[in-house]
Each structure stands twice: as C-alpha cells, then as structure tokens.
Design a protein around this ligand. Structure first.
Ligand SMILES: Nc1ncnc2c1ncn2[C@@H]1O[C@H](COP(=O)(O)OP(=O)(O)OP(=O)(O)O)[C@@H](O)[C@H]1O
Length: 316
C-alpha cells in the first residue's frame, strides 16, 4: 500500500454477537480514500453485519471505528453526510417515478432548488435511466431498480459509498452496468466498500480485498498479492471415466505437483506454475488404465486462494 494513502476509516477489533452466537470475532481493517475495497466471503461470513455496523444501522458489540482520525460516534453527523448507502434489500417507493424517488432521497441530504435538479439529472444519467425518469418504479425490472437504488445513494455526491451485494439476482446487463459505474466512482476519487460472494466481481473492480470467513478476516491484499500468496500455483481438474486405481501418492512423484485431492472420479491437482507436467500426469493415468473424460486447467484465482485457506469452495 502506498505510504501517502489517506486513511478514511479505521476498524479496530470489531465484535458482534447475536444472542450467544459470535458473528464478528474481532476484525480490524483500514479503508483508504479513493479505493474500492471488496469484502469477499461466503454466505454467513459476517459481511452484512460488518456493513450494517459501518452504516450505523446496527450497533457494534466491542471494538472501535474511526472516521478521518476521530471516533465515529463523535462525528456521526459529518460521517452520514458524506456517506452513500446501497443496502442489500432494495429501498424505493414503487408508486413514485424514478425522478421522484431521487428527489426524495437527495433532499434528505439538504439539497434543494437547482442544486437538487442537477444532482437528480446526474444520478439518472449515472444509472442509465434518463429515458425512464418519469416511469413508476413498479414498472422497472429488478436490475433497473438496483441501478436506481445506487443512483439514490450517490445523488448527493458522497465521499464514501457502501454497497452490500448489489448484484445479487439481477440480469447480466444491469450487473455490467453496476460494475462499470463502480469503476466510474473510482475514477472520480470516490471511496467504495463493496461486499460480494462473486469472486469474478472482485477480480473486475477491486483495488484491495478482504476475505472473510466465519466472522474473521482470513486474508487481505490486492488480488495480485493474494494470488502470489498461494505460491503461483495452477490447478488441473481431471475427470476420469471411472477411477479404479489412482492414488494421491503416485501423482506426487511427478515434478511440480504440490497437492492432490482424489474425489471419486475427479482429481484436483495443484502444480507449480512454471513446470509443464500435464503430459506426465496424463501418461501416468493411462499407464494405470484410466480413461480421461475431461481436463480443465486454470491459473491462480481468488477461488483457489479461498480454497487453500479454508479447504472449501467460496460457493458450496
Ligand atoms: N439479526 C440477527 N439475529 C441472529 N443472527 C443473525 C442476525 N443477523 C445475522 N445473523 C447471523 O450472523 C451470521 C453472519 O451473517 P451476515 O448476514 O453478516 O453474513 P454475510 O456474510 O453477509 O452473508 P450473506 O451473504 O448471506 O448476507 C450468520 O450466521 C447469520 O445467520
């Protein structure tokens, strides 16, 4: 991380329990001005709980949150004024038009008159909804509602936008539009915190990533740093017609092979990136009389990082 990056938020040892269930186990992280910080983790990892505490819609258990160097509860008014929130559930007035929804939400931040009209026009353009401005929200697709929800969160020109899984259950076109709009926010110097369980999205938009699992942060870094942390491995997934004899130990004898998991007819093999050994793996399998149905090879990915850290897939 560059030394001159300005710290916007500091989260220190945050905890939260619901009844006797500890869902945040003392997490700490910083958010720097102008970055897109992605919080990646499977369902139930604690992403929404973290976000809800950060947006002050949920009280914290223990720990501290600092905003621009001061305790957040002492600066709550300033903080809320520069914050844009995109909640997991869409919050819009169905019977009102897109424009009226935007007017309402932007006016909550004190905008009025020409300034308000300009903000509304800008937000409609940002969401790609200018031509639907007079239509009632109830006529919109799920993806359009999502885009409008984001427009409502950014109309007042926030410095920090917090989004909780904004692409769940929407069409690919709206999803791409949302990912593009996050890139635009970043280009304009706006800080974004974004939770998701889609690693493809993290690959596309993140400047930095936090991986959460079971209420803890298990890894943090840029996507390059995280991939580097798994030692530049690649993975082969080999599907056999019917695995009769192959044992994990045998495959370890091949140069470059780092780990092998035999799961019925499927072999998952991690191998050092620079070593070309697929031909030897195939030769060994055919020596054992195995018939190969399919081979897939993939370079280091965030999914592999998660698998390596937890032994599980991100989306099981
Ligand atoms: N109000 C609540 N009462 C009791 N348990 C809760 C409450 N809110 C969340 N939990 C539990 O806390 C854990 C973390 O939930 P959280 O919603 O933060 O996870 P998440 O990573 O955002 O997952 P998802 O992608 O499903 O939203 C889960 O086990 C969840 O069941």
């Amino acid at each position: 991380m560059a030394i001159n990056m300005e710290e916007m938020i500091k989260v220190s040892n945050l905890t939260k329990s619901f009844k006797d269930k500890e869902v945040l186990k003392g997490i700490s992280f910083d958010v720097y001005r102008g970055e897109v910080l992605c919080i990646l983790g499977p369902n139930g990892a604690g992403k929404s709980t973290t976000i809800n505490i950060l947006t002050a819609t949920l009280g914290k258990g223990g720990g501290e949150i600092f905003f621009k160097g001061g305790r957040i509860n002492k600066k709550l008014k300033d903080y809320k004024q520069v914050l844009g929130i995109v909640p997991q559930d869409i919050a819009l007035y169905e019977e009102l038009s897109a424009e009226h929804n935007l007017r309402f939400f932007a006016s909550l931040y004190g905008l009025h008159g020409k300034e308000l009209s300009k903000a509304v026009d800008g937000a409609l353009e940002f969401a790609g909804l200018t031509d639907r401005r007079n239509d009632k929200v109830k006529t919109f697709s799920g993806g359009m509602k999502r885009r409008l929800n984001i427009a409502c969160a950014i109309a007042h020109h926030p410095e920090l936008v917090i989004m909780d899984e904004p692409t769940v259950g929407i069409d690919p076109q709206s999803r791409n539009h949302i990912l593009d709009s996050i890139r635009r926010l970043r280009e304009n110097g706006i800080t974004v915190i974004y939770t998701t369980h889609y690693m493809e999205e993290v690959e596309a938009i993140s400047s930095r990533i936090i991986i959460m699992d079971h209420g803890s942060i298990i890894a943090e870094g840029t996507k390059e740093e995280l991939k580097e942390s798994i030692g530049n491995e690649k993975r082969y997934t080999i599907e056999l017609e019917e695995n009769k004899k192959v044992k994990e130990e045998e495959l370890f004898s091949i140069e470059g092979v780092k780990s092998v998991k035999v799961n019925g007819d499927i072999l998952e093999i991690s191998s050092l990136k620079g070593i070309e050994n697929l031909d030897r793996i195939i030769a060994l399998l055919s020596d054992r009389g195995e018939k190969i149905r399919n081979i897939a090879s993939e370079a280091a990915s965030l999914e592999m990082v998660f698998l390596k850290l937890t032994g599980r897939k991100l989306r099981d």
